[in-house]
Design a protein around this ligand. Structure first.
Ligand code: URA
Length: 440
């Protein structure tokens, strides 16, 4: 079927044979279908959506446009986790070692931060020497021997998605649930995993600001992943304020080290335990949620998670001394407090604004080719529900060497991000919904 006919059918809401979608994507990846036709197709999908067979064909064609790892010769279940992105969202750094310590392999291909959201690779690279660009053979070796390995996406993983995502970015077609779901899963399924736990964020710091949209995305991801033969579960979780307190690369690593030593913020710990429990259940090493939770909690308490992180860091060329002595991590030369201009109760925090403030301090990037400053970022001092006095610090800014904005401007952004009122206020639930079964 010619691209024109496919676009025409989608525009009119008529079904398209799955093979025609597969051919369209394959030819687009090979440069045989022009951007303008693919853009028109994406816009038609934006308005019309996709049927299940169409979506599977799209995802499968994107997945097979590049290399698909086969880890079946490595014994044991292989489970990964993916978050749709948030602020202070650092659970992957703890989950990989904790879940590996409990007997489930974690082959993790992660991304970099962009805009207000952080990325696992940038966080890991604040550990001196840590190499996220390993050859596939070494990645396999580390997954097999250590149990977890965290690397970046290569040009050979789902190249059709790379091209399509860039096109969507320029044509206002990013916010389409089928296009997001196929984009995420085409990359994740290329890792050779048996199962995937999705953390679909919702709230002011998330891609999805409204619960119905997040639920629709989570359900689509679960249905699509299962339709493609993988065990997939999703948690829809709160991103209406930063997760934990640290926002910024080395600060977040430090907070994970606290967590793995049995300390750290309660919300970060709770979400890590819940996501870890989902991963253990998908991996088949725990039968029930309470059992799975207990195993993750035990791996925190007895230090196995911490020791596994040391093993991962050593295997990937990092300086593991920083894990024992976090003061060796990159540190900002100056820390400046942001004082509240009024007293009261923190009623809300605009998490996206906090993420953008961290970016302005040098912790993030506005374009994918920008460099990040590992030491830059901020610590949230007052979270939703906390009392604050006038003049008390609501956040500490760790000033990077090349900030995008002067500290006074960032402080003003931060003050505007905190809504302080008469209260009472309390944070909403951390996990809003768990999605495992989806009717087809
Ligand atoms: N993340 C992705 O990987 N793809 C999308 O389309 C949106 C978010």
């Amino acid at each position: 079927m010619r691209p024109y006919e496919i676009i025409h059918r989608k525009r009119d809401g008529r079904p398209i044979p799955p093979e025609a979608i597969a051919e369209l994507v394959t030819r687009y990846a090979q440069g045989e279908v022009p951007d303008y036709q693919m853009a028109a197709f994406c816009m038609a999908v934006f308005f019309r959506g996709m049927s299940e067979p169409e979506l599977q064909a799209l995802t499968s064609a994107m997945l097979h446009s590049g290399d698909v790892l086969d880890l079946s010769d490595i014994p044991g279940p292989k489970i990964d986790k993916h978050s749709t992105g948030g602020v202070g969202d650092k659970t992957s750094l703890a989950l990989a070692p904790l879940v590996a310590a409990c007997g489930v392999k974690v082959p993790m291909v992660s991304g970099r931060g962009l805009g207000h959201t952080g990325g696992t690779l940038d966080k890991l690279e604040s550990i001196p020497g840590f190499d996220v660009r390993l050859p596939v053979a070494r990645f396999r070796e580390i997954v097999a021997s250590v149990g977890a390995c965290l690397v970046g996406q290569t040009d050979r993983i789902a190249p059709a998605d790379r091209k399509l995502y860039a096109l969507r970015d320029l044509t206002a077609t990013v916010e389409s649930i089928p296009l997001i779901a196929s984009s995420i899963l085409s990359k994740k399924l290329a890792e050779g995993i048996d199962g995937l736990v999705l953390d679909v964020k919702v709230g002011s710091g998330a891609f999805m600001k409204r619960l119905p949209d997040a639920l629709a995305l989570a359900r689509t991801l679960v249905r699509l992943g299962r339709g493609m033969g993988k065990d997939v579960a999703a948690l829809v979780t709160d991103m209406d304020q930063p997760l934990g307190r640290a926002v910024g690369n080395s600060l977040e690593v430090k907070e994970i080290l606290e967590l793995l030593r049995g300390q750290g913020p309660a919300d970060l710990r709770e979400l890590t335990v819940q996501l870890g429990a989902e991963m253990l259940q998908l991996g088949g090493v725990a039968a029930t949620v309470p059992e799975a939770r207990a195993r993750i909690e035990q791996a925190i308490l007895d230090g196995r998670g911490f020791r596994k992180l040391v093993e991962i860091v050593e295997a990937q060329g990092g300086d593991a001394r920083v894990l024992h002595d976090p003061d060796r991590l990159p540190r900002a030369a100056r820390v400046v407090e942001v004082a509240a201009t009024a007293g009261g109760v923190v009623e809300a925090i605009d998490a996206e604004a906090v993420g953008l403030a961290a970016m302005a301090l040098g912790a993030g990037r506005s374009r994918i080719e920008d460099a990040v400053d590992p030491a830059a970022g901020l610590e949230v001092r007052k979270k939703v529900g906390d009392r604050v006095e006038r003049g008390e610090s609501i956040a500490s800014m760790h000033l990077g060497e090349r900030p995008l904005e002067p500290p006074e401007a960032v402080a003003a952004r931060l003050r505007a991000a905190w809504r302080i009122g008469a209260g009472p206020a309390s944070p909403g639930p951390l996990v809003l919904q768990r999605i495992e079964e989806v009717e087809t």
